[in-house]
Design a binder for this molecule. Structure first.
Ligand code: NCD
Length: 304
């Protein structure tokens, strides 16, 4: 049985295949509408979510399956003191596959050790978010027609932003990828990603505080929310939360075919005046999330 805890649990070939299936689902949704008849997905969300949980649920429903679960820890027996391992062992009796989000880094991995059904990490603290990365990869492939030869700007909270960590890990495996890391000093990419992923794979990158400095070089601009829930100190959050606000003016030097992504939710980091720019792909990106999760569920349940 295979779990998806880290994006590296999937090979490039497996990712290519998921993208291929997702594209086929987009073109022929009816072909897939009974593939998971009789199957159940449990969504165990110990942390808030809109897109990830609902796109997982919508994905399973679109495949003919059913969903169960909880959307906050307080409505589960965790509030009575039950361990994650025990919860997972029990929920595994009621479903065929589990998507789980937890505020503690590593919790889905711990859960996977005891689980009798496949576990999907739907976000663990400030660590990883592999299914957002699959969403991002499908979006880039559909919007840019390639996953190589890209200069990618990552902007905002690169320290706590788990989507950034997983995306860098995934993109490092494609050819001729360069990164521009745009963040204030306090929210720089953690050393374990910089050294352990970028430098280990000889990936070209630079760091800047200025969102406009390399704007004209970017093929992708990946904006992120300052992760309020991961701050120890509210004053620091308030000082940093509006450090970047992307607006039409800041896009003046940007390429005509720049692709602006954001995993969402957005707070202030992209002004709404950017939304009707054709380069703003973030709402289409949210839509792609459902299709890639359909492809992932099929793969993990070994449905032909
Ligand atoms: C992201 C997450 O939960 O890490 N959202 C998502 O899953 N689409 C990003 C965020 O919360 O800022």
């Amino acid at each position: 049985m295979k779990h998806l805890i880290d994006i590296k649990d999937l090979s490039i070939e497996e990712i290519d295949n998921l993208i291929k299936v997702a594209k086929d689902i987009i073109a022929n949704p009816e072909k897939y509408s009974h593939k998971c008849d009789g199957k159940k997905l449990a969504t165990l969300f110990f942390e808030p979510s809109t897109r990830t949980r609902l796109s997982f649920e919508s994905a399973m429903l679109s495949l003919g399956g059913n969903v169960l679960g909880f959307s906050e820890a307080s409505s589960s027996s965790v509030s009575k003191g039950e361990s994650v391992s025990d919860t997972i062992r029990v929920v595994g009796c009621y479903c065929d596959i589990i998507a789980m989000r937890h505020p503690k880094e590593g919790a889905p991995f711990v859960a996977s050790i005891k689980s009798t059904v496949p576990i999907i990490n739907a976000g663990d603290g400030g660590h990883n978010h592999p299914t957002q990365t699959l969403t991002d990869l499908l979006t880039i492939e559909c919007e840019k027609n390639r996953l190589d030869n890209l200069t990618i700007g990552l902007c905002g909270d690169l320290k706590f932003g788990r989507t950034v960590h997983s995306l860098i890990t995934a993109m490092c495996r494609y050819k001729n990828i360069k990164f521009v890391l745009i963040s204030p000093d306090e929210l720089k990419l953690p050393e374990y990603v910089k050294k352990g992923v970028l430098e280990k794979n000889n990936i070209e990158y630079c760091e800047t505080k200025d969102i406009e400095e390399y704007m004209g070089d970017l093929d992708i601009l990946y904006m992120t929310r300052v992760q309020k829930e991961r701050f120890f100190n509210e004053a620091d959050y308030i000082r940093l939360k509006d450090y970047y606000i992307l607006n039409k003016n800041k896009l003046k030097k940007a390429k005509k075919d720049l692709c602006i992504l954001h995993p969402l939710p957005r707070v202030n980091e992209i002004s709404t005046d950017v939304d009707d720019d054709p380069r703003a792909c973030y709402f289409r990106q949210a839509n792609y999330g459902r299709y890639i999760r359909m492809a992932l569920i099929l793969k993990m349940l070994e449905v032909k």
